[in-house]
Design a protein around this ligand. Structure first.
Ligand code: MG
Ligand code: MG
Length: 275
């Protein structure tokens, strides 16, 4: 079922049954991220975190959304310090004082037999979330950068309601960030997205208000809300590995993300940490 959305295409509307699968995917992602958060420590490599993630996702009956997506080699994105998003997990050793953003996605396969072998192109229902984690003790401004980014995400999530303009969600993220005593770079080159039977779908979810953006939130929609902030400017560049996005000015960055569903029973953050 589809409804007309913005210029980027049709917005997928989910049934209650499909939302149940998305909630399952959300649980897989939130459990996996909880595991990764507790594994982060000085001396661990981002590749070890990736192995923990893939094993967790598969043991919970899901497939990684990222592995093989556009040839991405990992089940998580691990972005350290000035890396904003899409960092490739590998031999990098985390050091005391680093700030790491971990992005993770999972698919609950429509056909459960696919889970064991599945990757990004598995047919099924997706969840996508990211956390930023301090490695040991970090500088106070890094802790605050992560806190403000997370709260900007929650400001966006709190604006999600049936009948509300998607642009109001963007305005809430931007507005929260701009009312902080310190100035942050609000990354504009990347943003959130619709999600469901694919990880990235219409509509785009900007982290700043966009003139002419007319999508209205409706029951059946699901979106990933994911602000990225830096301690410097908002300009980005992509490293020679063709994936890793870094702050052009080298300033540290944070990234938080949740998948949010407008179900008939109300707004559900499918990737919310379990109590
Ligand atoms: Mg993500
Ligand atoms: Mg996302």
């Amino acid at each position: 079922m589809h409804a007309h959305g913005d210029d980027d295409g049709l917005i997928e509307l989910k049934t209650s049954e499909q939302f149940e699968a998305m909630k399952q995917a959300g649980k897989v992602v939130s459990r996996t991220l909880a595991l990764l958060r507790s594994a982060v420590r000085p001396g661990i490599t981002t590749g070890e975190l990736d192995r923990i993630a893939e094993e967790s996702i598969r043991s919970l009956g899901a497939a990684p959304s990222f592995l093989g997506y556009g040839d991405f080699p990992g089940s998580i994105c691990a972005s350290v310090n000035e890396e904003i998003v899409h960092g490739i997990p590998g031999s990098r050793v985390l050091r005391e004082g680093d700030l790491i953003s971990i992005d993770c996605g999972a698919i609950i396969p429509a056909d459960p037999a696919q889970a064991a072998t599945g990757r990004w192109n598995t047919r099924g229902w997706h969840a996508d979330a990211a956390i930023t984690v301090p490695v040991g003790e970090v500088a106070p401004e890094l802790a605050e950068l992560s806190r403000v980014t997370e709260q900007a995400m929650w400001a966006g999530i709190e604006a999600v309601k049936e009948g509300v303009a998607l642009n109001d969600v963007s305005t809430a993220i931007d507005g929260y960030t701009r009312t902080q005593p310190r100035r942050y770079g609000i990354v504009r080159d990347y943003g959130g997205h619709g999600i469901g039977s694919a990880m990235h779908m219409a509509p785009m979810v900007f982290n700043y208000p966009v003139r002419g953006e007319r999508t209205v939130l409706a029951t059946g929609m699901a979106i990933a809300i994911e602000p990225m902030l830096t301690l410097g400017r908002n300009k980005t560049r992509v490293l020679a590995d063709d994936w890793t996005v870094v702050a052009k000015d080298g300033s540290p960055a944070a990234h938080w993300e949740h998948t949010v569903a407008l179900t008939p029973e109300g707004v559900v953050v499918t990737t919310a940490p379990e109590e």
